[in-house]
Write a protein that binds this ligand. Structure first.
Ligand SMILES: Cc1cc2nc3c(=O)[nH]c(=O)nc-3n(C[C@H](O)[C@H](O)[C@H](O)COP(=O)(O)OP(=O)(O)OC[C@H]3O[C@@H](n4cnc5c(N)ncnc54)[C@H](O)[C@@H]3O)c2cc1C
Length: 387
């Protein structure tokens, strides 16, 4: 019997985009996910307080990629939303994050009227380093130890359980320092959006196609692939191989949701804690547009407590990058092995062991699925179903 169906493991963006593109190309696609819901880490729902809550932390969609926006807009309405974050500093004040002129002026009680003044001020703080070998050296060379130790050291320690000296400089190089008073978190992105009716509704529409069958609470099991022409797999690549070369580590997060009678006000739904408490940030959902679905007496606040993935039911969130690149090297060994199986493609965040934003996963998945569908064209799905 000819093997004609395609298996997609994971109903997050990587899996759902592959499924939709392949189904529209005429393939019959079976999607399995071990969780009881679709949407992967983007899953959201309306809780008992009437708040739309993102189960795996706040997901802000931002990109310059018009094609990605056009494509996801096929599956539901999106509303503009410009994200702002505040840092809670030791004296209890909430200051703009990323660090900008206003942050430093307020913190140090100095006047920083323009970029030149801020550069001049930072020059008095910084410890120059021509070739930073780790995150600490990079930050100290840009903002100096005082700012590093306030905004970055405790946060990094609780987020990654690593000292800045142990981390690759690239992890912090992407954290912006602003020389103006810009307080938007993603000012360079043309599209900053949230799905009006939530991410789960977008995924439901994306997976609603006669060529797609979704099975939830269904983990991938070895042998499943034998019934399929091709597998697009967003599970962790080391887990697929039984971790026989060693485990690829991740940081995870425990999410603590609580009802609160105190309704935080302002334009910053997310508060970052710079202190030594185990919590990195707190999200007040009612401050995100279309997230206060039905107002009651209490709002919902979600606190994030980073931890090792093994301490959180193997929930893999952030690949760990160390200064010596040892985990990437291990990933490369798994990738090389996986490439020997032409019917199995590892996709998405855990399949490729890389932190990827939503728009990057969508873009990569569109390219990957379209390329494959062009190489292997199918007759319409109705014909497949009849086989
Ligand atoms: C805390 C947090 C906050 C984030 N915030 C943002 C943000 O603000 N903006 C942004 O653009 N991106 C954000 N991201 C990134 C975003 O979550 C990812 O880009 C996106 O989820 C990647 O999609 P994916 O399909 O690769 O992975 P996932 O969404 O994780 O989906 C993978 C799916 O595969 C399933 N699966 C895994 N193993 C198996 C198995 N063995 N069998 C069956 N199913 C399996 C999982 O259950 C999961 O549903 C955030 C990520 C995290 C962790």
């Amino acid at each position: 019997m000819a093997v004609q169906r395609i298996l997609v493991v994971g109903a997050g963006f990587a899996g759902a985009v592959h499924a939709r593109v392949l189904a529209e190309a005429g393939w019959a696609v079976d999607v399995v996910d071990q969780r009881p819901h679709i949407a992967g880490n983007c899953f959201d729902h309306v809780d008992g307080n009437g708040m739309r809550v993102h189960a795996y932390g706040p997901h802000l969609f931002h990109t310059n990629n018009a094609r990605v926006v056009d494509w996801v807009s096929r599956f539901g309405a999106w509303v503009p939303y410009e994200h702002r974050v505040k840092a809670l500093v030791p004296d209890g004040r909430e200051l703009p994050l990323p660090v900008n002129r206003d942050t430093l002026a307020a913190l140090f009680g100095v006047s920083l009227p323009d970029e030149a003044a801020m550069r001049g001020f930072l020059a008095t703080q910084a410890l120059p380093c021509a070739a930073p070998g780790n995150a600490a050296e990079h930050l100290n060379s840009v903002v100096g130890p005082t700012i590093t130790d306030l905004f970055f050291r405790p946060y990094t320690r609780k987020m990654w359980a690593l000292e800045l000296e142990e981390m690759h400089a690239s992890v912090v190089q992407r954290l912006p320092i602003r020389f103006d008073t810009e307080d938007r978190y993603f000012p360079d992105d043309r599209y900053q959006l949230l799905p009006r009716d939530g991410y789960a509704a977008i995924f439901a529409a994306m997976l609603d196609h006669p060529g797609i069958t979704v099975s939830l609470s269904t983990p991938f099991r070895h042998g499943m692939e034998r019934s399929y022409a091709q597998v697009f797999n967003s599970m962790a690549i080391d887990e697929f191989h039984g971790c026989d070369l060693g485990e690829l580590p991740y940081r995870s997060i425990r999410f603590h949701h609580r009802a609160s009678a105190e309704w935080r006000q302002g334009d910053s739904p997310v508060l970052n804690r710079t202190d030594d408490s185990p919590i990195t940030r707190e999200t007040s959902w009612h401050l995100l547009p279309h997230h206060l679905v039905a107002r009651g007496t209490h709002c919902t606040i979600t606190a994030e407590e980073p931890c090792d993935w093994r301490a959180n039911n193997h929930e893999r969130y952030y690949p760990v990058k160390t200064a010596d690149g040892r985990h990437e090297a291990l990933y490369e060994r798994y990738r090389a092995r996986a490439e020997r199986n032409p019917r199995m493609h590892f996709i998405g965040r855990c399949g490729t062991y890389r932190y990827l934003d939503m728009h990057q996963v969508i873009n990569q998945s569109l390219i990957s699925a379209e390329k494959w569908a062009q190489a292997y064209p199918r007759s319409p799905v109705i014909a497949v179903a009849a086989e």
